[in-house]
Design a protein around this ligand. Structure first.
Ligand code: ADP
Length: 571
């Protein structure tokens, strides 16, 4: 095996196996050590054993044109032939070349045909009576037919030029018989006609071979391009799929196989979409095979969303197919959806908060304006009623602002529970006293288990939980109904429950009511609410190591439970 490096003009290169510099100038002598096998302008060839060690060190790398191993022995011999100076060596190289064997065969064929063509004359000349057969003296057209073999052979091996040469040679062979030698002259016209037809056949053979070689070369180029492309596609992070016009999957890269499994050969609509027939509405294949490029997003039955770019692709068999790249955008989509949801919640909150702030402010403003009217005399009872109104509305405002503030403090992690040993019954009694006074139209009952163990909790935070639950119980039940607060010790925990006889909560909403800003479908009996109350309760109870939940029946009422761990007696 020989290896050849080709250089541009004036390149300075060093093959360190060859030791001295190989200095290359255009159209000037090249200097090289004995290690170089053949050197010419811009080219250095090394023998196989030198190839491994010979690392070309080229000063101007951009000007190195090719690095081509000469694996074909025939090409290597030709190369050797063209580079050798000695005529004898060159002639020997030519005679030993692979192509020359074909030439020998051609000469042999021509010789045999010529011998056969003139065999009659030879028999006459030599007087071989035994061989004087009628056949050799009969129709010459038949004798000439044998020349088709070397002409077509030359056309096959040396293409059109070879066929023309051999045809001319054959015509020259025909001429002596036609003009001088034979007693039975072969008419020149018929010989000429045969020559033309045979020459055309030989040339056609050459052309057909040229064409078939060109085609197979093109096919090989396309195949190697395809292989190279597939090697690139194979390692792509995006999934790549090639689908034929018959909806069959022709190619899948590793990434898409990982996502969907192996499906080459199956119908894309079955494999990807679990359909029995092509997906009429969404299928882009007909458009894409017509030359359009389509970009779209699609949710697959595996639950993932992909951004797909489908573009036309001509496969190595010349069939117009669709090459689709799949980018997994499931996560991006989820984040987008969450952002949309969050934005919706934010705007809902803003509108709720402004509404909630506005209504008590309007009442307070109304009452204050009434007091400012100097022409009206207020009796004591009305004055007290109006002042109570201001006080209640201010409480509402305060509770709303407290909720908002508490939520943001909890979220920011700055409202940490300051835990100490506490008796839950005390917290409940104190909170209930205040609530009883604020919501006099409801009946509050208390059922505390005696001797409850102490809990380890933040007084203000647990009080906030109770206020939120009691205010909800009031807000979602009619005036005159009962609200019961119970406590009991259970499994090393203290359980508190707040029950009302209100509207209740539909089953499908029970799992969501503790979410931030979630507001159920049930209407409040009293205005207010931001969807934060229960979220705050949950955050506080979780921070205490407890849990909170609700049970409810629509139309009958709801019970909210929370449990807190009992304080360690040794602590
Ligand atoms: P809101 O400010 O809307 O009351 P909460 O976080 O306190 O927000 O409650 C969330 C949702 O839970 C409410 O919108 C309501 O649908 C439901 N809910 C809470 N408490 C009760 C209750 N005692 N009775 C019926 N539904 C309730």
């Amino acid at each position: 095996m020989l290896k050849r490096w080709s250089f541009g003009k004036g390149v300075l290169a060093n093959f360190w196996h060859c030791r001295p510099w190989v200095i290359q100038f255009p159209r000037q002598q090249v200097h090289c050590s004995t290690g170089c096998y053949g050197v010419s302008w811009g080219e250095v060839m090394l023998k196989k054993d030198q190839c491994e060690a010979a690392t070309p060190y080229v000063l101007d790398k951009k000007r190195v044109k090719t690095e081509e191993p000469l694996t074909n022995p025939n090409r290597a011999r030709k190369y050797e032939m063209s580079k050798t100076r000695s005529c004898r060596a060159r002639a020997l190289a030519v005679l030993r070349s692979h192509d020359f064997y074909f030439f020998y065969i051609l000469i042999a064929l021509l010789a045999i045909c010529t011998l056969f063509y003139y065999f009659g004359e030879l028999v006459d000349f030599a007087g071989w009576e035994a061989l004087r057969l009628n056949f050799f003296y009969s129709v010459h057209d038949v004798h000439r037919l044998f020349f088709l073999a070397p002409i077509i052979y030359a056309g096959y091996i040396y293409r059109v030029k070879g066929a023309v040469f051999v045809t001319i040679a054959a015509f020259i062979v025909f001429l002596p018989r036609a003009l001088f030698v034979s007693h039975f002259p072969d008419p020149v016209l018929r010989a000429g006609l045969f020559t033309i037809v045979a020459g055309m056949m030989g040339s056609l053979t050459g052309m057909v071979r040229n064409e078939s070689e060109r085609r197979s070369h093109l096919e090989a180029v396309i195949r190697s391009d395809r292989d190279r492309m597939f090697r690139m596609l194979e390692n792509m992070e995006e999934g790549v799929l090639i689908i034929g016009p018959d909806y069959r999957i022709r190619y899948m890269n590793q990434s898409i196989v990982r996502e969907f499994g192996e499906g080459i050969g199956s119908h894309c609509y079955e494999f990807l979409h679990n359909f029995d027939s092509p997906c009429d509405q969404i299928c882009k294949l007909p458009k894409v095979t017509d030359g359009a490029t389509e970009r779209f997003e699609y949710n697959f039955p595996n639950g993932r969303t992909y951004e797909i770019v489908a573009s036309p692709f001509v496969d190595s068999d010349g069939v117009a197919c669709q090459l689709a790249t799949f980018r997994d955008i499931t996560q991006r989509k989820q984040v987008e959806l969450e952002l949309i949801e969050l934005n919706k919640l934010k705007s809902e909150l803003l509108s709720n908060v402004s509404h909630e702030l506005r209504s008590p402010l309007t009442s307070i403003k109304g009452i204050a304006s009434s007091f400012l009217q100097k022409d009206i005399e207020w009796d004591d009872q009305t004055r007290e009623m109006l002042l109570t109104g201001i006080s209640e509305e201010t409480d509402r405002l305060a509770s709303l602002v407290t909720n908002l503030l508490n939520m943001s403090r909890l979220e920011a992690g700055v409202w940490k529970p300051e835990k100490e040993r506490r008796n839950i019954s005390d917290i409940i009694s104190e909170t209930l006293e205040q609530q009883k006074w604020a919501h006099r139209k409801h009946t509050f009952e208390i059922d505390l288990q005696p001797g409850l163990p102490e809990i380890y909790a933040d007084y203000n935070q647990i009080r906030q939980v109770l206020i939120n639950l009691l205010e909800n119980a009031v807000a979602y039940s009619e005036e005159g109904t009962r609200i019961v607060v119970k406590t009991r010790a259970v499994d090393g925990e203290v359980e508190v429950s707040v029950s009302d006889q209100g509207v209740g909560i539909p089953l499908e909403e029970l799992g969501k009511i503790f979410d931030k800003f979630y507001r159920g479908s049930q209407t409040r009996q009293r205005p207010g609410g931001t969807g934060l109350g229960l979220a705050i309760c949950q955050a506080i109870i979780l921070a205490h190591g407890g849990r909170i939940w609700a049970e409810s029946e629509v139309g009958c009422g709801s019970t909210f439970y929370f449990r807190l761990p009992v304080a360690d007696p040794s602590n």
